[in-house]
Structure formats: C-alpha cells, structure tokens
Design a protein around this ligand. Structure first.
Ligand code: PMP
Length: 383
C-alpha cells in the first residue's frame, strides 16, 4: 500500500540537498568548532557560513544574533527562562496567549511556580489576539510578551508586526515563536520589532534536533545550561555541526524558492481536498481563519459527529497520515488546548477535528485522494 504524508506541521521530509550537505559534513568535517587547529577552524567556518545564511534570511543586524539550539523547544525555553532570569529584578509579570505551543505554555507554568504572574490572553473564534489586548494587559512590572507568529494547529497568523510596533518604546522583551511561520512567510526581525524569535530545522525539510534563536543585540541572555563557552557563552555544548549545516541548506533552498508560488501551490492542495468534500456534500467546518488568511500549509477541519481517533486510524489504514487534537502531545489524542480556547471546554470540535498539513512533496493528485479518503471515512461512520 502506498502511504501519503499530510502531517508537515508535525515534521517534514528531509530534502535531498539537505541530506547531501549533512553527508558531506559527517564524512569530512568532524572537528570541534572550539578547537584552534585546522580541523576546528574548518568547523568554525562552517558554523559561521550557516549563521550568515540564517541571519540574512531574517534580516538580522549581525550574524552574532543567531544562536544555534536543539530546536524550537529549546529556543522557546531559552527566550522565556533567560528573560525571567535576566529581567526578573525589573518585574514578575509576563503576557502570552492561551494557544501557544506547550514549549511556551509549560515554561510559563514553571515560572508561575517560581512566583511569576502570567496573563494568558484569550483568543477570538478564529484564534486571533489583538494589539489592543496586549496593550491593555501591560503593567509597569511586565518584562516579557511571548506570542507565536503562526499557530501550529489552526494556522492563525498573529499581528506580530503591530504588536512589535506598540511595544517598541516600552521596556518589555518581545518573543515570537516562528517555528511554523518561518518556512512559509517572509520574516524580517527588524521590521517585526522582536527581541527573540524561535525557529526549528525539522519543519523546513531540514534535520531534527536543531534550530535557532534570534536574539537581538543588547538583549540580555542568561543560559540555562551550564558548560563551555560556545555561541559566545550563550549556549553551552558542542554545536550539532551536521544538523546546523543541514538546517542552513534548508534555509538556502527556501530562499531560492519563490514564496508566492509555493504559497499558491499549498493553497491549491487545500482547495483540492475541500473540493472533494464539497462535491460529496460532506459537512465540515474550518477551525481557524479561512484558506487565504491562515498559514498556507495548515488546514484544520471539524467533521461533526466523527470522532478524531476513529478518523485518524481509518485514514492511516487507507495510507493517509494526518493529525488530530493537540498535535504536539504524544499520540495526538489529548484534548486540544487551542480548540478549547476557541470554542470552550465542552465543544464537539475538540474531539471531532483533524489537522491536515501540506508540504512541497504533496501533489494535487494526492490531495484529491486525501479528500476522497476523508469522504469515505466520514460517510462510512455517519451511515
Ligand atoms: N513551537 C511550535 C509552534 C511548534 O509547532 C513546534 C513543533 N511542534 C515547536 C515549537 C517545537 O519545536 P521542536 O520540535 O523543534 O522542539
């Protein structure tokens, strides 16, 4: 049986260019970037080249503003925990939203246990927060605002630039989790007005276990891991050189791709799935903003009366990999905190929705086949 992958928001297939770049490093460049000899210098050069590529991709003012991490989770943790440690004297209040990734929400919960007060802004029925909500929540003791750029479950794109502009003259650190947004939206950290921005390699057709944190020059950073002086003393531990070079190659590939065309291709895949559902008269509802407004690779659908678990298994048996609920919780079967924030704890959507997420490897024929499989699963169950 053929298997088709529609779970690109969870992770993406590694592209052949990335495999090649990583293979080259694994085969020839084993040096430790902290060594001063030839092998170390070679590793150091590769790190710098990767840092340069990545800094350029987000319009960072300096390549030293890019810190390599083990992924989106570490980037989020570093931005938040570091700000709490470095600016805790100034105040103990933090603002975030109810629909952040667990890497943010669980870090916030930990800080609450340490005496910080966290405001979780509610979102509207499509997952949006507004600049006015953030402004109204600010207090003299607010030290950090952390709001994601694009939501991993429903694809809502938050008004980061407007929030950044509103915060520009305030003594508040602004972090955004751009793990889902980076691969599909153009990102300019100076235009966005962010102090920290988190990205993960494996959502970009790059390798797993590597990511980066943009940290604006001048923003204090207190590492939470102890060890060597890598990354200008901001992240201890020998860098994952093959992973970093692989991620930089993925970034290069993205930079070379035509973003508008890629967006249209992803949009066409979503439309192809929905066309099959419409043609068959299947009842569904889109969770989150409509196709044009959401992250181009994410489509979250509610099928009234069809349990998520059952649909996931039936689709898997037919060769289609999608996800449900809180996509980042093991097994994907925990109630979604995002859908809960949208509709309330007792809403049917929470246990009857599926997340389909698309990638450049998906074809229109595959998307149509997914749509047909969904029609079969839903009609079989509701009969
Ligand atoms: N933030 C968001 C929005 C994500 O979607 C993910 C990955 N599911 C992460 C953070 C965590 O990234 P990583 O898997 O690289 O730790």
């Amino acid at each position: 049986m053929e298997h088709f992958y529609f779970d690109n928001a969870a992770t993406t297939p590694v592209s052949p260019t990335v495999v090649q770049a990583m293979t080259d490093v694994l085969s020839h460049d084993f040096g430790n970037a902290s060594s001063t000899h030839f092998f170390g210098r070679r590793a150091h050069d590769l790190l710098d080249q990767s840092r340069q590529t990545i800094a350029q991709s987000i319009n960072a003012a300096s390549i030293d503003e890019v810190i390599f991490t083990s992924g989106g989770t570490e980037s989020d943790n570093t931005a938040i925990l570091s700000t709490a440690a470095a600016y805790g004297q100034q105040g103990h209040h933090i603002i975030t939203t109810a629909i952040e990734h667990p890497a943010v929400l669980k870090t916030m919960a930990r800080l609450e246990q340490q005496g910080f007060e966290v405001t979780y802004l509610p979102v509207d029925g499509l997952g949006y927060v507004t600049v006015d909500q953030v402004a109204a929540a600010l207090r003299p003791d607010t030290i950090l605002v952390s709001i994601m750029m694009g939501n991993n479950e429903i694809g809502t794109i938050e008004p980061i630039k407007a929030i950044g502009a509103m915060l520009a003259d305030k003594p508040v650190i602004f972090h955004t989790d751009a793990v889902q947004a980076y691969g599909v939206l153009s990102i300019d950290v100076q235009e966005l007005g962010v102090d920290f921005l988190s990205v993960s390699g494996h959502k970009l057709h790059g390798p797993k276990g590597v990511g980066f944190l943009y940290a604006k020059t001048g923003v204090k950073l207190v590492p939470f891991m102890n060890g060597g002086e890598q990354e200008h003393k901001r992240r201890a531990g020998t860098e994952n050189l093959p992973g970093i070079v692989g991620m930089a190659q993925a970034v290069r590939d993205l930079a070379g791709a035509n973003k508008a065309k890629r967006r249209d291709q992803l949009l066409a895949l979503k439309q192809a799935v929905l066309a099959e559902l419409d043609q068959a008269g299947v009842t569904y509802h889109i969770n989150g903003p409509d196709l044009q407004a959401s992250l181009p690779h994410v489509l979250n659908l509610w099928f009234p009366g069809v349990p998520t678990n059952l649909a996931l298994t039936s689709l898997d048996l037919r060769g289609f990999a999608v996800s449900g609920g809180s996509a980042c919780t093991a097994g994907s079967l925990q109630p979604s905190h995002v859908l809960t924030a949208l509709y309330g704890a007792n809403a049917a959507e929470i246990s009857e929705s599926l997340r389909l997420s698309f990638g450049s490897e998906n074809t229109l024929a595959q998307a149509r086949a997914l749509g047909q499989a969904l029609v079969a699963v839903v009609t079989d169950y509701l009969q």
